[in-house]
Write a protein that binds this ligand. Structure first.
Ligand SMILES: C[S@@+](CC[C@H](N)C(=O)[O-])C[C@H]1O[C@@H](n2cnc3c(N)ncnc32)[C@H](O)[C@@H]1O
Length: 274
């Protein structure tokens, strides 16, 4: 049912000709997000927008789920991007800075506090295997919905990677709420990949759709402190190579891992003693 969206309003619909089951999936996603569902019924998205007053549409397709800002047509659709390349390298014994920084192995538990499109959570799931656990937190509910659906339905030809994607548990929450509720040592590794200023909208290098819709809140030292309590081994923070962590965190960094020619680095902070 179409409600009465106002202001910054989100409406869920399906791709133009929904196959069997797609309507039900879109309705479920709308119900989870507590936003209106608008049946597509062969209407153009412009028609739907005029009819519902939506400012953003969540378009549910069989293999593609996308979030669209109708005012500027910026669209975020789940895509694993470089994950298959990084995964193939890992599976062939190659080096990956995230794998190195986290030191994850079979059976480990990873908490990814900034899930985004789950590239690193998926690599984490590959590293920890079937006996491990990967939990990803995303504070923007519609991004969490896109990533949750994408991880479940994206057609990934590599079986090991497809299985890793399906193993990531997505939780819609802010890490500032979640971390204080975790027991000490609940995860082996906790990681963060916040938007640093150079990746935010308006910044020279950042026009990524994820940055357009994502939570821009900077990483705060209190959350990293909580993460060091929740981690049994270490906390890993990804950041631009030339933009070190803020001074209140930099003093606790035990290692910085980078890849040659990469603009990014991973700072490692040890867990707090139990
Ligand atoms: C740079 S992206 C992370 C990309 C991710 N590492 C990947 O591999 O796809 C940051 C993501 O974290 C989310 N985020 C930012 N602050 C958050 C918070 N306090 N709690 C949970 N998620 C947060 C943003 O909405 C965004 O989706």
């Amino acid at each position: 049912m179409v409600g009465e969206p106002e202001g910054d309003s989100l409406v869920v619909t399906t791709s133009l000709r929904p196959g069997s089951g797609l309507d039900a999936r879109a309705r479920r996603i709308a119900a989870d997000l507590q936003v209106p569902y608008a049946p597509r019924q062969d209407k153009s998205t412009a028609h739907l927008v005029a009819e519902t007053g939506a400012s953003r549409l969540l378009l549910v397709g069989v293999e593609r789920v996308a979030l669209r800002d109708v005012s500027n047509e910026i669209e975020y659709a789940f895509h694993p991007n470089m994950t298959p390349v990084r995964a193939a390298k890992l599976l062939h014994g190659g080096r990956d800075p995230f794998a190195e920084a986290t030191g994850l192995g079979p059976g480990d538990r990873l908490l990814d506090c900034t899930l985004g499109f789950a590239a690193e959570a998926t690599l984490g799931a590959l590293l920890v295997g079937e006996t491990g656990l990967v939990v990803g937190l995303e504070s923007v509910p519609e991004l969490a919905a896109v990533t949750r659906e994408g991880l479940r339905t994206f057609p990934m030809p590599q079986p090991a990677l497809a299985a890793a994607m399906r193993r990531v548990t997505v939780i819609t929450t802010d890490y500032r709420d979640y971390l204080p509720r975790c027991a000490s040592g609940a995860f082996d590794v906790v990681c963060f990949d916040p938007f640093f200023p150079e990746r935010l909208p308006g910044a020279e290098n950042s026009v990524s759709p994820l940055a357009h819709f994502g939570n821009p809140a900077p990483l705060d030292a209190a959350s990293v402190g909580e993460a060091r309590r929740v981690a049994r081994r270490r906390v890993v923070v990804k950041h631009p190579r030339h933009e070190p962590l803020p001074s209140e965190l930099a003093g606790d960094v035990s290692d910085i891992i980078t890849a040659r020619h990469s603009r990014l680095a991973y700072s490692v902070l040890p867990a707090l003693p139990a």
